[in-house]
Design a protein around this ligand. Structure first.
Ligand code: MF3
Ligand code: CO
Ligand code: CO
Length: 288
């Protein structure tokens, strides 16, 4: 029998799951796939994505509780490996991309915006760290991240942690069926600017569930994407908010670590969302 990752029978050269894999039999699904490349999820797919999402959220919760002064981000990665095994989940970052991401989680400390690679440097008092977990279960993906403040930090770092969280929550609350996708960037950039902070525009949220990164891109900055939100869309919102300039510089040694150009602090929170009749349902809430 044809498997999800096999080439599609139609000869498109795409994977079956991204091509003629059975979709919800509606005009909307066909239109969104044809026009935007967006896979509107079926009830069966949603059920499985929910499992991946609660698993990722639960692993993230344990990692956040383990992030303390003196602990290294490599130790968090080892714990993440162990938790994924226990839950029969695959950590999506490991081996992802080019060059292949070398660890099972992203750990982004202070001026690191995202895609920080776990290392042997112990966390120290005053650090702020983003931990980003993406778990695969039965081929389906859930993606989420949170900030942890290590010990006592500065007012400025506390504020960027808080503002980035508020940006995520306000954007989630703005999502309703029929509203354009760019309400997200509008909501986030309005609030970040009102607090004197900038919004990273070199990285975006994304469709997720069947693959790690699917259409659409979900910008957190002002943009003109007039895609109406429809029921059973699944995507992330993951605003990266900077104290200083918005520009990111990617480390030329590892080709992953993205830092603020001015080395001022940055913070990020991420949820995977499902659009329902009631708005955006957060799928990556911690189950316990
Ligand atoms: N989890 C990140 C996101 O939110 C992506 C990380 S890619 C990796 O989209 F390779 F660094 F893991
Ligand atoms: Co993501
Ligand atoms: Co993520």
């Amino acid at each position: 029998m044809i498997q999800r990752n096999d080439p599609c029978w139609c000869g498109s050269g795409k994977k079956w799951k991204k091509c003629h894999f059975p979709q919800k039999d509606s005009d909307t699904s066909k239109y969104y796939l044809d026009k935007y490349g967006i896979i509107i999820k079926t009830p069966n797919q949603i059920e499985k994505i929910k499992v991946a999402c609660t698993t990722a959220a639960s692993i993230l919760d344990t990692l956040c509780k383990a992030a303390k002064e003196g602990v290294t981000t490599n130790e968090l990665d080892i714990l993440s490996q162990k938790l994924h095994k226990q839950k029969k989940a695959i950590p999506a970052p490991l081996g992802y991309g080019q060059p292949p991401f070398p660890k099972t989680v992203c750990t982004s400390v202070n001026e690191v915006i995202c895609h920080g690679i776990p290392n042997d440097i112990p966390l120290k008092n005053g650090d702020i760290i983003n931990i980003d977990v993406t778990s695969i279960i039965d081929g389906f993906y859930g993606d989420c991240s949170r900030m942890v403040i290590i010990g006592k930090t500065t007012e400025e770092k506390k504020k960027v942690v808080d503002v980035s969280y508020q940006c995520l929550i306000k954007a989630i609350e703005a999502c309703k069926i029929g509203v354009f996708l760019n309400i997200i960037g509008q909501t986030i950039e309005d609030y970040a600017r009102s607090q004197g902070f900038s919004v990273v525009n070199q990285f975006v949220g994304h469709g997720v569930g069947i693959d790690f990164h699917e259409p659409p891109q979900v910008p957190h900055h002002y943009n003109d994407m007039t895609i109406p939100l429809v029921e059973n869309m699944v995507f992330t919102i993951e605003p990266m908010i900077n104290v200083g300039v918005r520009e990111a510089v990617i480390d030329t040694n590892d080709n992953w670590t993205a830092r603020t150009k001015d080395n001022k602090p940055s913070a990020q929170w991420e949820h995977t969302l499902l659009i329902t009749k009631k708005g955006a349902e957060i799928l990556t809430l911690c189950p316990n």
